[in-house]
Structure formats: structure tokens, C-alpha cells
Write a protein that binds this ligand. Structure first.
Ligand SMILES: Cc1cc2nc3c(=O)[nH]c(=O)nc-3n(C[C@H](O)[C@H](O)[C@H](O)COP(=O)(O)OP(=O)(O)OC[C@H]3O[C@@H](n4cnc5c(N)ncnc54)[C@H](O)[C@@H]3O)c2cc1C
Length: 386
């Protein structure tokens, strides 16, 4: 039976993460205003706190399933700030592709590095099958040419997993993941994006100009045994919950702040009062809370179904679609309720408004999530429903 009731141990863990998140929040405005800087890998306060995931991974009897608790921890962290972490994890999205598509030897060789994922190109975003970055075999080396944009952690990372085609005429089957390390001649980060929100997270453009990499840097070993395009896509599927739950953490932060501010003006939700005796502001608070709760339950359900296995595609996509939409609408409604205070730089709500937008974009836009859901439910292929 599904039961998301938290045990005392779960609650202790989440309380500790919440305290850490409040510390991270103190740095949020600084890194929002200093987009050219990186938040430190470890905040000075980190010595006083335990690593949240290490704590979560020592379960007590009857504790919430690990993946569900991981989601709650991630929501709590984003509630503090989307990009500033007490202690930054070493892994990035490319590491997920390495896990799925790399040989044991490749995982051993590069697993300790921070690997970003580079799929998106100018003119190729939602439909990754149309990417044009090429990889041509020349002796014992692949020669890469092309451009990648919007690569998360592209500046900070040690290298990337780049999706490239070995034969443009052969469609998506010719797309494979390649590990390209920083310092490879012909491979360069050319631009750091200035974005609407999540300034603490870097987003890079990178170019390959006759970048030569050893043949064995194709994940899977060779072009016949690699997981190819499906490995890249399954890693993308695995990133969606993290992006979606972050959106809900941001939305909850905005709601908590709005509640506090309205309470100062004497506006509090009177739960026992009927709908006819509630003000519009009280009703809005109830609706925002219900939306966040519904999206959170979708996400926890997907996590519960996927505990100990790969993320279930349909439920994960539903949860990402819902959370992206709710994150945007909840924060916008909070902004509306707060009036001028909502857009003031003295508070973080205007930042959360900007940050939330991205959670309905990266990892696949809301429109694309809904397309995937329709295909899954109706049994259409991507060629039949696009
Ligand atoms: C902060 C951030 C981080 C990112 N990180 C990464 C990363 O690490 N690695 C990486 O490779 N990419 C990354 N991306 C890129 C991201 O995955 C793409 O921006 C996203 O997939 C959308 O692609 P696009 O921007 O080219 O938009 P397009 O594909 O051009 O779409 C434009 C609009 O049209 C809609 N649309 C497109 N096709 C359809 C359709 N068939 N039906 C209905 N609507 C449709 C889209 O939803 C969107 O609203 C990141 C983006 C952002 C903003």
C-alpha cells in the first residue's frame, strides 16, 4: 500500500536539510547578482552539517522508500535555493549517461569526474533526433565538429558526454554518446549564458572544431554495442524528476513567504470557514497549496513506483509536466498576492519567479512532456505523433 507518512527518522532528516537550506538561502541573492561567479563547492558552514544523502541512505525500519525521501530532500534543498548547495555533489547529468551506456572500464575511468550532458544545438532542442554535431572515424580517433548550447555545468565540469551523429543520413540510430574532456584540442567553451534565473548554475555554449578523441571514448566501446540514442534519452528521462521537484521546492518557498506576509496583514486561511466566508486572498492561498500538494503527490508516486529501478517513463513524465506547470503558476499567483512586495529586490520572490520558469523548460518543456504522455497512453510512436 502506498503510504507517504513520514517516520520520526524521516522527519529528523528533513528538519536537518531544512536548516541547511536556510543557510544556503543566505547566499542566494549574492549568486543571483554575481552570475559570473561559481558558488563554492562547500559552504563555510558545511563542516557543521552532515551530507544529506549519506544520512538518507542509512534507513531505519519502516522509513519512507529511499527514492521518495530523495525527492523530499531535493524539494527541501530547492526550497532553500536552486543553485547554492551546502556541499555540491560531484556528479552532473552526463554521469547518468555514463552509468547507463558506459562499459565497466569506462565507468571506472571517468566515474569520478563531473560530466555535463550536451545534446541541444542551435536549431535542435526539443527534437534531439535532428542534431547535427558529427563524429567521423579517422584511424583510431573520432573527429568531432559542431556546436552545443545550453549545457548545464558546462563551465564547471571536467568534461561532457556529447551526443553526436556518425552518419547524418542514417537518422537517430546513428546518434551516439561520446566523452569529451576539457583540454581536448579543438574543443572549447565559448560562452557562458546570461539567463533569466538560476544564476548560480552555469550554462555554457561549446564548440568542436576538428576535435580529436580516442576511439574508445564512444560510450559502450564501439558503435555497434553502444546504447546510442536511447541511452542518451533514458538519461534525460532520469533528470526530469530532479528538475520537477526543484520547481516544487521553489513554489513552496514562495507560498511560505506569501503566507507569512499576508498573516502580518491579518490574512490567514480559516480552514473551518465555508467558501462563502473566505476572502479571495484566502481562497488563492488554499488553491496554491492544493496545486503544490497534488504535483508533489504525482512526483512521490513516480518515485515510489520507481524505487530501486529505473524511473517509470509515463509516471515520471506526468509528474514533470505537472510540477513544471504548478511551479510557474504557484509562484506567479504568490507574486500577484504580494503586490509591490512581490517584485521588490529586497525579497526573494521575484527571484523564485525567474528560477521557477526554467523548471518547466530544462529536461524537456511542458509541451514536450505532454506529447510524450499522449504517445505513451495512446500507443503512438514519435513519428506518428509529433
Ligand atoms: C537552464 C537550462 C539548462 C539546460 N540544460 C541543458 C543541458 O544540460 N544539456 C542540453 O543538451 N540541453 C540543455 N538545455 C536545453 C533544453 O533541453 C532545451 O532548451 C529544451 O529541450 C527546448 O529546446 P529549445 O530551447 O530548442 O526549444 P524548441 O525545441 O525550439 O521549442 C520552442 C517551443 O516550441 C515548443 N515545441 C517544440 N516542439 C513542439 C511540439 N512538437 N509540440 C508542441 N510544442 C512544441 C516547445 O515546448 C517550446 O515551448 C537547457 C535549457 C535551459 C533553459
Amino acid at each position: 500500500m502506498i503510504d507517504f507518512t513520514l517516520t520520526e527518522n524521516d522527519q529528523r532528516i528533513l528538519d536537518e536539510i531544512r536548516r541547511q537550506s536556510l543557510v544556503c538561502r543566505q547566499y542566494a541573492r549574492y549568486y543571483d547578482e554575481h552570475e559570473d561567479e561559481f558558488p563554492p563547492d562547500r559552504l563555510p558552514e558545511a563542516a557543521d552539517f552532515r551530507n544529506p544523502y549519506k544520512v538518507v541512505d542509512v534507513p531505519d525500519d519502516g522509513d519512507t522508500p529511499r527514492r521518495v525521501l530523495h525527492m523530499l530532500v531535493a524539494a527541501c534543498q530547492a526550497w532553500g535555493d536552486y543553485g547554492v548547495m551546502m556541499k555540491r555533489g560531484q556528479r552532473a547529468l552526463g554521469n547518468l549517461v555514463l552509468d547507463v551506456a558506459g562499459t565497466p572500464e569506462q565507468q571506472q575511468r571517468w566515474g569520478h569526474l563531473t560530466l555535463a550532458i550536451a545534446i541541444t544545438e542551435p536549431g535542435c532542442g526539443s527534437d534531439a533526433k535532428t542534431l547535427r554535431t558529427s563524429a567521423v572515424l579517422d584511424g583510431d580517433e573520432w573527429v568531432l565538429n559542431g556546436e552545443k548550447i545550453f549545457v548545464t555545468t558546462g563551465c564547471r565540469c571536467d568534461g561532457i558526454v556529447a551526443a553526436a551523429t556518425i552518419d547524418r543520413s542514417a537518422g537517430y540510430r546513428a546518434i551516439h554518446p561520446f566523452v569529451v574532456l576539457k583540454g581536448t584540442p579543438g574543443f572549447e567553451v565559448t560562452h557562458r549564458e546570461k539567463k533569466l534565473g538560476i544564476h548560480a548554475d552555469d550554462t555554457a555554449t561549446m564548440v568542436f572544431q576538428d576535435a580529436r578523441i580516442p576511439r574508445d571514448q564512444l560510450l559502450g566501446g564501439d558503435e555497434k554495442s553502444t546504447g546510442g540514442f536511447s541511452a542518451v534519452m533514458s538519461a534525460l528521462n532520469a533528470t526530469r524528476p530532479a528538475v520537477g521537484i526543484a520547481g516544487l521546492g521553489i513554489a513552496q518557498a514562495a507560498l511560505d513567504f506569501t503566507r507569512e506576509q499576508l498573516a502580518l496583514e491579518g490574512i490567514e486561511v480559516e480552514w473551518s470557514a465555508g467558501i462563502r466566508s473566505r476572502s479571495a486572498a484566502q481562497q488563492a492561498l488554499i488553491e496554491i497549496e492544493a496545486d503544490i500538494e497534488a504535483a508533489l503527490l504525482d512526483m512521490l508516486y513516480a518515485a515510489w513506483l520507481s524505487d530501486g529501478s529505473t524511473w517509470q517513463r509515463l509516471e515520471t513524465t506526468i509528474a514533470k509536466a505537472k510540477s513544471g506547470e504548478v511551479a510557474r503558476s504557484a509562484v506567479r499567483r504568490c507574486l500577484d498576492l504580494l503586490g509591490a512586495l512581490g517584485i521588490s529586490h529586497d525579497y526573494l520572490v521575484e527571484k523564485w519567479f525567474r528560477d521557477a520558469r526554467i523548471t518547466d523548460l530544462s529536461g524537456g518543456t511542458g509541451e514536450i512532456q505532454r506529447l510524450i504522455i499522449a504517445r505513451e497512453i495512446l500507443g503512438y510512436s514519435s513519428a506518428e505523433l509529433c
